[in-house]
Design a protein around this ligand. Sequence first.
Ligand code: NAI
Ligand code: MG
Length: 495
Amino acid sequence: MNNPTKTQYPTFVTRGSTGHFIDGGWQEAVAGRRMDTRNPSTGGILTTLARGDAADVDRAVLSARRAFDGPWSRFTPHERQALLHKVHDFIDQNYDELALLESLDMGVPLSRAQGFKQNILKCILFFASQTMNCAGQTIPNSLGGKYTTLTLKAPVGVVGGIIPWNGPLISQWWVLGAALATGCTVVMKPAEDASLTVLRTAEFLCEAGLPEGVVNVVTGLGTEAGAALAAHPDVDRIAFTGSTDTGREIIRASATNIKRLQLELGGKSPDIVFADADLDRAVPGAAMGVFSNSGQVCFAGTRLFVERTIQHEFVERMVDFGRSLKVGDPLDPNTDLGPLISQKQMERVLDYVSVGDDEGADLVLGGNRMTGDVANGYFVEPTIFNNVSNTMTIAREEIFGPVISIIPFDTAGEALALANDTVYGLGGAVWTRDISTMNTMMHGIKAGTVWVNCYGLIDPSVGFGGYKQSGYGWKGGPQHVDAFLYQKSICINSD
Ligand code: NAI
Ligand code: MG
């Protein structure tokens, strides 16, 4: 396999001397422990990370608190905006290293990681624009003329960002951007399998002029560093992205000091293709709505409802499309899909494939770990099950791998009922040329985002969030920024 030799790795990887990023510099874990992080395309150890626990989280939270009460609190909104513009330019100029790190650490094709650049820059620009929107209102009252009433906004304080491994380079910005726009400070806990771009970004932010302690990173396991951050009495808000089960743990831990929460959790999103759809767009659109990032996407459209009259043709075309995808070395520019993040995740996905088989779904493509020159990596073939029923395990549980379940339907009413028969509600899509069908689905699908004749597009100005067990709180849009602010009512007696 055509991987770079060690000498081609960024120095950030080869120097192997990073620890936690606290108070503007590197710190070893208090207990002196380290852990390996792997390159999932080879299975080899990429580098080691500090393995933090409650003592490290204490140090990072203290640093974030000092910065919040100290230098950072004196930044005006205009200065925060100027800083975010500087950060934007800095990331713009140094992006190639970040893209390579992300690809090595989590296996995303390098071309895809490079493609994220514009999304990240747009995200930073959006949050820069929001620094001016941290505003209260003057509100007329019923108290009488001598009273003036108004509302003020103030940053909530120290924010803990706990994020998963499926795209930390981009997903960290939903926390960092809102925090920097509002004047909060941050302790990030990236996933143990993909921490490098979060560490490097924190270092970049300081190089771009962010005061020390505003953004800190503690690496470590979820049950150690993550749990300590979620329960920490001096953390005011947690922004969490990950599984619904861990989301429940976060809710419990937040009870210690009634933390503000934003939770973006699992999904089992419906993607509905009607017989009148433009299949030239629907086939690749629906396929990549799952296969992108090898299926490790929270809003992947894994339950693919197809109108029965086109099922045969659709499945044939889908299988052809799946076969045409090039799975392999993430650093090869022709690669479409990389590996899964870890051995554990690969085994989990392969387990679901055998459960699908056992429960009677028709496996029409893939289903295996890949062999040959990628045999050491955690590669799973693009996989399609046909004739799945919405009650089967593979249609109910989040798989987080390149596995599509095709479920036939006869009427729009049936499709909608099945689409909503899930505990999740993150995304959903409809492919049709009929405006009335579009309207019914757009209003009827119980999910935070519905795409029509497209899939997976997210814009920072609009944002996204979930219904039901996909979580609460909104990422992006003005309401995201507002959730990082306290509101205070002021009543002035001018007598
Ligand atoms: P996870 O939800 O446990 O991990 C996400 C983050 O939470 C990581 O940073 C982890 O270190 C941290 N964490 C874990 N336990 C914690 C705790 N008790 N307190 C605080 N933080 C904690 O997900 P995991 O185990 O990596 O993946 C398992 C499955 O979860 C996947 O197969 C997938 O189905 C789902 N998942 C869904 C995601 C989504 O965005 N919808 C993202 C990641 C995983
Ligand atoms: Mg890794």
